[in-house]
Design a protein. Sequence first.
Length: 616
Amino acid sequence: MTTRQSASLVLGGETEQSSRGLLRPKVPPDADDTAGARDPEPLTAMLSLHGLAASRGYAIGRAVVLGAAALEVSHYRVADDDIDAECQRLTHAITVAREEFARLADNLPADAPREIQGLLHVHAMLLADPMLAQEPLTLIRERHYNAEWALTAQGQLVGEQFAAMEDEYLRERATDVQQVIERVLQVLSGRSPLMLAGAGQASLDSEPLVVVAHDISPADMVKLRGARFAAFATDLGGATSHTAIVARSLGVPAVVALGHVRTLARDGDQLIIDGEAGVVLVNPSPKVLRDYRDRQTAYAAERADLARLKDTPAITLDGIRVGLQANIEWPDEAAAALAAGAEGIGLFRSEFLFMNRRDLPGEEEQYQAYAAVVKAMAGRPVTIRTLDIGADKALDDEATVATNPALGERAIRYCLARPELFATQLRAILRASAHGPVRILLPMVAHMHEVRASLHAIAAARESLEQNGVVLAPHVEVGAMVEIPAIAIAIEPFAESLDFLSIGTNDLIQYTLAIDRADPDVASLYDPLHPAVLRLIANTINVGARYGRSVSVCGEMAGDVSLTRLLLGLGLTQFSMHSQQLLDVKREILEAHTNALRTKVAAVLNRAEPIDPSSL
Ligand code: PEP
Ligand code: MG
């Protein structure tokens, strides 16, 4: 990882002081400096920003800069012939949102606070008011604004009017205007995620597009998923934040924690995203561009070369067989897992099925999603993690915000507090077991009573299905994520009562070191090599072996090729990672000698200082 949040400006080949007062080299590290003699550089500014490499590879494309709200809108001129349709599009979205508010207000649970009902009625009324329902249509007709543009422009005006009012109650309505507009924008965006690219896409032909944003929540990443962006660059985020994880699952390069990329890059700027070094170059010189095109080509050739290892079993030089499985967020990623030679799905983050929607997926919808993966994996095991919602992965409709969501009602705590929701998911998973080997993985477990309650819920779900004559696998393995230090330390009863353990190093590091994994300000303290983290991993592996349980690592450490030898030295023989990383890790395993690594790691494990993995 490179130095974070520094920027440099290269003007006509000279180094200038950046906006953050840092001097950087004229060209990025390793860029070919000799070509400059052949091509005089035009007098354009090239900016180089340094962040955290979150997803590998290189991309060259045009910036699509998203605003403060990640769900940013496009701005484009609507053609004469399309004006009527655009007006209808907006009117329809406003009607959908208004009816939704009214319906919600009328169907609130009995124990919901009364103010919520009042607020929902206010929201429905705001959308019925001509200032939001009619004025934007005038902007579409007279100025040819697209619906999103017209709505946000008018919304800003109305919001400012409210904010300037003397009456405190009316002043506060500015926030309500903002909220109802965001809801209408969501309805509009449901039509086509590509709208995000807006005019940029039309005018820039087929050049790849790079999303530039302050931050992108995992939920917004899901929306961007269908839009086929070539890369992501964000001000915030850590290398193991869920945003970074989603970028890896999309197989596109990403650099996060850049500090000011959203303010320094403009819409349409040419960008190079270097997902290897964690660097973003804005408006690169022709020489740098050439250098990066070469790197892109070399990278693609290396990937093609690696692909030849797909069917080679992962066996170390001393004959230890290592299992390599894939992490997925969506069912259609099973194909990429198979293409990378994964021997199963080690982690299916089921919560992504639940995000960006107002309703929850029912049993049938979930069953279809899980069964699709199980069928696609054709007999290979599929580990489905039960809903891990909370912290940075919030449901769309969550009304309450915990004081500290990472320590709040997250994951298994959330599910056990909502027995019906949990039972629905368990039934869907169990039904999928009829199509092939399925394992249930419980997230964020800290207490044995959570295990007992979960096993009880699984047994009850099975019983209710069997009573209805539904065919299921006779046994479905149940395991727990080891991601809270408490269970990694006192792991014995968990190893005894569960079938398998899976170490979620992303959260294990977060909770052991008290570092928010998504906060760039403390990213430098997020250290997988901290002796405490390694000892927790070692303890879990050793106790698991004693009880004859399979132990895997499914956090991002498993896919970090610089840590493969260290994990082998800790005794790990099961890895699960994004498909994109699988063959790099396999190559490392094929060249490793486990016995030698185990001796070396044992010798340094009890040291006070972090281990240097490159010394192994
Ligand atoms: C982890 O915490 O390491 C993990 C795999 O789960 P997630 O990243 O989804 O929290
Ligand atoms: Mg986790």
